[in-house]
Write a protein that binds this ligand. Structure first.
Ligand code: HCB
Length: 217
């Protein structure tokens, strides 16, 4: 049996060494050792992914490294997700419906997937539209399922502006006052949320769950 403290550095190394098999092994060890899997994702895999991103920005790593690191991370999270759902799924009260997706023009899914998983585990009904989601798809889905929250993820400066378009199109469709909007992603901030009139800015998955629960109270 391994402790969380032992597994966090192993998780980080697996991502930083772009080693998918090692990432899956750490995830499985975490499951078998019954450690806090949310912490393993956030303090282990996600923390290392952020480091990889920083090194990519500095120019010491290149796109194939980022792709390999993100594949390793996705493989680990894929193993952990059903276990988390089983452990916590039925345990909490139901909170409402969330339409979520990575915004039009943007294919980054890792953060959005983690947020979606955590919201689901916390008792929200999730409608995950995937990546590169057209604005009208968010609007149509929100109408169709009578959503409480429309959540978007943007990882790039150019695609952030689509979050403003989403605000505008929800207004045009006459449903802006019926839903709360949540935005997130590395370049997104509270300042941007204030500027475009989004209801919630969430810095990470735990923050997203906390604020989403408050918003639908
Ligand atoms: Co990508 N990429 N990328 N990338 N990528 C970024 C985002 C850059 C910042 C790297 C850089 O240049 N510095 C940059 C964007 C620059 C900018 O505009 N500011 C960038 C670029 C430019 C690109 C391409 C254009 C590269 C190219 O092809 N030349 C291309 C994008 C094409 C497109 O989208 N149309 C591209 C591709 C890729 C992949 C495919 C290699 C891979 C994505 C794999 C995948 O997602 N399936 C990738 C990755 C992995 C990154 C970095 C390294 C990490 C992103 C990540 O997964 N972080 C990223 C660098 C960085 O972000 N610093 C780089 C880990 C997750 C867990 O964090 O912030 O996404 P997160 O999510 C958090 C948080 O934000 C919040 O909760 C999550 C969990 O804690 N949250 C929400 C997220 N969404 C939320 C939604 C809510 O409603 C609420 C909270």
């Amino acid at each position: 049996m391994a402790s969380l403290e032992e597994l966090i550095p192993k998780a980080k190394n697996a991502i930083k060494e772009f080693d998918e098999d090692a990432a899956k092994e750490v995830a499985q060890e975490g499951i078998d050792s019954n450690v806090d899997l949310v912490k393993l994702i956030e303090d282990g895999f996600t923390a290392a992914m952020t480091e990889v991103g920083d090194q990519f920005e500095e120019g010491s790593l290149f796109l194939p490294h980022v792709i390999a690191a993100s594949e390793a991370m996705s493989a680990a999270v894929e193993l952990i997700t059903p276990v988390l759902e089983e452990q916590r799924g039925g345990a909490e009260e139901k909170h409402g419906g969330v339409v979520i997706g990575t915004i039009a023009g943007d294919i980054h899914t890792i953060g959005k997937d983690i947020v979606a998983t955590m919201l689901k585990i916390a008792g929200f009904e999730l409608y995950d539209l995937g990546r590169d989601v057209a604005i009208e798809s968010y609007v149509n889905k929100a109408k169709e399922v009578d959503a409480d929250i429309v959540a978007s993820s943007a990882l790039m400066t150019p695609t952030m502006t689509e979050q403003l378009t989403l605000e505008e199109q929800l207004k045009e469709a006459g449903i802006r006052d019926k839903v709360k909007t949540m935005i997130g992603g590395a370049p997104v901030s509270q300042k941007w949320a204030d500027e475009i009139g989004a209801d919630i800015y969430a810095e990470n998955a735990a923050d997203a769950v906390k604020k989403a629960k408050e918003a639908v109270k």
